[in-house]
Ligand binder design. Structure first.
Ligand SMILES: NC(=O)c1ccc[n+]([C@@H]2O[C@H](COP(=O)([O-])OP(=O)(O)OC[C@H]3O[C@@H](n4cnc5c(N)ncnc54)[C@H](O)[C@@H]3O)[C@@H](O)[C@H]2O)c1
Length: 305
């Protein structure tokens, strides 16, 4: 039996039909529940294949659900899955990198344009009756710093081409040839913080990137700079970010991801110089289909149907 834990997968009629075609006894998260270990375990009795989104797949869950043979990731970040525990128990992980790279890269570009041109800021002023003519700056020609040059980072470089931005990049792996071919300047993280008009994060969340953006890194950034996080919430210290936005340490920020989801710090969410979206980077119609079909494909291959 298959259980689909992701609410957006479960809501999608095309994906549901495809799952049921191959796994007629599959069940779905029809109530849009956000699971913890206990509530997810309760759904997994007799389940051999789990399609998960951001749900935590940890040792406790696997202890509670010994029949699971495969965990198929709907999405790309594996930070919610304890990969070592799965390997130790011989549980297969179904995962295809890059399935939502265009959706996330497009959102990052839309954040850049919005932040630069004051789109959401002047729009919300006008809705409240204030005619504030402040059209900000243009994105074209600005210096964009990209931290994490994997699938999404590279897609972003492709989308930014017509804007003729100067692009500074940082990654832990050597990609010198690709950087030269695309006129990218490899930098340290501190050089990126110091010299970029926009810093955008595209790294996984792990021990190295946890809390990477904090008071000390924010204070290196230009007062006019914008920060964009579409990667993972815990890469940015939200308390330090709030202070930086409050005190003009940086100019503005766009967040798609949060330390806790959904986030509860209304003081942060209501800040005028913050754009906040509910983790929608990989949630475009096209990305949902691509992530969903690939998760189903892993199930089909594993169960040989
Ligand atoms: N907002 C969303 O809906 C959404 C959707 C998809 C992915 N994401 C997140 O976006 C991030 C990037 O996804 P991706 O598909 O491009 O992943 P990817 O694995 O293709 O690329 C990540 C890159 O980061 C680099 N990296 C790792 N640690 C680093 C460090 N300490 N410093 C610099 N570079 C480092 C890796 O070498 C790799 O090149 C992930 O955190 C992922 O979870 C968010």
């Amino acid at each position: 039996m298959i259980f689909v834990a992701s609410p957006s997968f479960s809501k999608n009629e095309i994906l549901r039909k495809e799952v049921l075609k191959y796994f007629p006894d599959a069940s779905f998260n029809d109530k849009g529940q956000i699971f913890n270990t206990e509530t997810l375990s309760a759904k997994l009795s007799g389940v051999k294949g789990l399609i998960c989104g951001l749900d935590k797949v940890n040792a406790n869950l696997l202890d509670n659900c010994p029949e699971i043979e495969i965990v198929s990731k709907y999405g790309v970040g594996l930070d919610n899955i304890d990969v070592d525990e799965c390997e130790r128990r011989n549980i297969k992980i179904g995962w295809t990198p890059g399935t939502n790279k265009l959706g996330v890269a497009e959102l990052a570009v839309s954040f850049m344009l919005d932040l630069c041109r004051n789109v959401h800021f002047t729009s919300s002023k006008l809705k409240n009756g204030t005619w504030l003519k402040n059209g900000g700056v243009q994105l074209s020609g600005k210096t964009v710093g990209i931290i994490g040059m994997g699938n999404i980072g590279k897609e972003l470089v492709r989308l930014l081409k017509p804007f003729n931005c100067k692009i500074l990049v940082n990654d832990i792996i050597d990609q010198a040839e690709y950087y030269t071919e695309n006129s990218l300047t490899e930098c340290t993280k501190n050089e990126i913080y110091k010299n970029s008009d926009i810093v955008t994060l595209h790294v996984p969340h792990n021990d190295l990137t946890d809390n990477m953006i904090n008071t000390s890194t924010l204070s290196i950034m230009k007062e006019t700079a914008f920060l964009i996080n579409t990667a993972r919430g815990s890469i940015v210290n939200e308390k330090d970010l709030k202070e930086a936005l409050n005190n003009g340490i940086i100019n503005g920020c766009a967040l798609d991801v949060y330390q806790d989801e959904p986030p509860s710090d209304m003081e942060l969410l209501k800040m005028e110089n913050l754009i906040c979206t509910p983790h929608i980077g990989g949630n475009s119609f096209e990305a949902i289909l691509s992530m969903g079909m690939s998760a189903i494909e892993h199930m089909k291959r594993h169960f040989k149907v």
